[in-house]
Ligand binder design. Structure first.
Ligand code: AQP
Length: 332
């Protein structure tokens, strides 16, 4: 059975993009893989964060993941800062990766923007830690949204250089799993920007905790154009907002853009948006209710994470011990 690793940052409330691009696939992969799912709080401090809310957001996110269908008994759910193997291997990889490789990462350029001189060095070296997150478990398959593809290519470059430099066939090749028609869900306010937890506009995203009225209002106010929906795919070209809403509908119904256009082609957004809102409420309201139920007992969620961290460390520690031996550290 192949081993899966994936992570999500506790930087805010998880949203529809996280769900359709990642978490929904994580749930499905549990059927025939050994899965490790991680709330990556070490990554969350690469940007400014509030120390008063980080722990609570970590717990909330773990609860949302369980509510989405992650099974912490059969698989492993934990938070990154509780398993030190990530940082140990992350430092080794920071010494393996080359400046030129990291300089090419588009997510760093997007996140740093014009403020390059002032962002944390952690934001720059983030992909090294992400490579360590996966390779500390010798995981071979990583379900992610389309935005993370470049980081996984870098992880493979790091693994290959490590194997070459230390003359060992030690780290495996990683395969990104980018699944479904909503691998990149875009902002509801701007079809050129991805939906993101840290977007300052709450109207830009559907949070997994939004109630029915909030969802309906956000969809109603979502940016669109005045044209009706086309009947063919070509008609979506140059219409990023329309394409995004059609993609969301397709993902939620397990169909394709073409199927949705076959159903709604020729109709205006006045008809399509309420249908989409209804579908979203149907699919997301159970997740929100289950998250609330789980969070009524924070001790239960903390217990799940504690147990997950113990089981994760039992896999990662021997692998990272061996990586340290290969690097040449004295082991006493
Ligand atoms: N808009 C998206 N569409 C599809 N997939 C997405 N993912 C994130 N946004 C979208 C996928 O969700 C997983 C977890 O992401 P993350 O929280 O670790 O980091 P992120 O990609 O930086 O997500 P956000 O929401 O944009 O967070 P902030 O605002 O904190 O940076 C990943 O698999 C990601 O691909």
């Amino acid at each position: 059975m192949q081993r899966i690793f994936s992570g999500i940052q506790p930087t805010g409330v998880p949203h529809l993009g996280n769900y359709l691009g990642a978490v929904r696939n994580w749930v499905a992969l549990q059927a025939d893989h050994e899965c490790l799912y991680c709330v990556v709080d070490l990554h969350a401090i690469t940007a400014d964060h509030d120390p008063k809310t980080l722990a609570g957001q970590t717990r909330d996110l773990a609860a949302a993941l369980i509510a989405c269908g992650i099974d912490p008994q059969k698989h492993v759910l934990f938070h990154q800062s509780a398993v030190h193997a990530h940082v140990r291997l992350g430092w080794i990889f920071t010494c393996v990766a080359r400046m030129g490789w990291l300089n090419r990462m588009t997510q760093f350029k997007d996140k740093a923007g014009k403020d390059r001189e002032n962002v944390s060095t952690g934001l720059f070296t983030y992909p090294n830690l992400m490579a360590a997150d996966i390779l500390a478990y010798h995981a071979t398959r990583v379900p992610v949204g389309d935005d993370q593809k470049q980081h996984l290519e870098l992880a493979n470059d790091i693994a290959q250089k490590f194997n070459h430099d230390f003359e060992a066939d030690f780290f495996p090749n990683i395969e990104p799993l980018i699944l479904g028609p909503a691998a990149r869900v875009m902002s509801l306010r701007d079809g050129a920007k991805k939906m993101s937890k840290s977007d300052t506009s709450d109207q830009s995203r559907i949070n997994l905790t939004d109630d029915a009225e909030t969802i309906a209002n956000k969809i109603k106010r979502a940016k669109t154009d005045p044209e009706p929906l086309p009947s063919e795919m070509e008609g979506l070209e140059g219409r990023p907002e329309a394409r995004n809403l059609v993609g969301i509908y397709a993902a939620l119904t397990d169909t394709t853009h073409a199927d949705v256009l076959a159903q709604f082609g020729g109709m205006g957004f006045g008809a399509f948006k309420p249908a989409l809102a209804e579908l979203l409420v149907e699919k997301l309201s159970l997740i929100a209710a289950e998250t609330r139920r789980l969070l009524a007992d924070p001790g239960y969620v903390d217990g799940v994470l504690r147990d997950g961290a113990r089981r994760a460390a039992a896999i990662a520690d021997p692998i990272v011990d061996e990586a340290e031996r290969l690097v040449g550290f004295l082991k006493v």
